[in-house]
Design a protein around this ligand. Structure first.
Ligand code: FES
Length: 167
């Protein structure tokens, strides 16, 4: 296997487009980050390096801004995003147990959020405003309430089954 880079021919083309739009002024850190994330699904470090060079702005400025805004991600996101609410009501109803089960089932190591096959990202958020149906889990934008451990594992199995039908 060769070294993985997001800046293959296709990636370079996307980066060029972004640079053409924004590459002349130094004040455009946020829109550039937004476009990078849109183009690549996350904010790749190697792309930031090139943009920073082109603009002659220190890389650290991009990362500083991106860290400040929670909307930016520095590593690839899974094809499926599972978001578990960990607000108070959901916590009381056992959301931690749900998250732990997901991490275990998907073999996601401590401190990481995405499965090694790139299929699933598990994230926690604060109260999503649906406390009356706690615990709440959002699977690919679909809000599920009163989620049981068994129900969640069933959903997971469905998603896993959906990926490799041809094998
Ligand atoms: S705490 Fe989970 S929806 Fe409010």
């Amino acid at each position: 296997m060769g070294r993985h880079t997001v800046l293959d021919a296709e990636g370079r083309k996307r980066l060029q487009g972004i640079l053409q739009r924004w590459g002349t002024e130094q004040g455009n850190v946020i829109p550039i980050l937004q476009e990078l994330q849109e183009a690549f699904g996350y904010v790749p470090q190697e792309a930031v390096r090139e943009v920073a060079q082109a603009l002659q702005v220190p890389e650290s400025r991009f990362f500083g801004v991106a860290t400040f805004y929670a909307q930016f991600y520095f590593s690839p996101r899974g094809r499926h995003i599972i978001t578990a609410c960990s607000g108070t009501a959901c916590h009381v109803k056992g959301s931690e147990r749900l998250v732990a089960a997901l991490m275990r089932e998907l073999h996601i190591p401590e401190g990481q959020d995405t499965s090694s096959d790139g299929e699933f990202t598990v994230q926690k958020v604060n109260c999503v405003g649906a406390c009356s149906i706690a615990p709440v889990v959002i699977i690919d934008k679909e809000v599920k309430g009163k989620v049981s451990l068994q129900g969640l594992l069933r959903e997971l199995k469905k998603l896993k089954g959906a990926k490799g039908k041809d094998g």
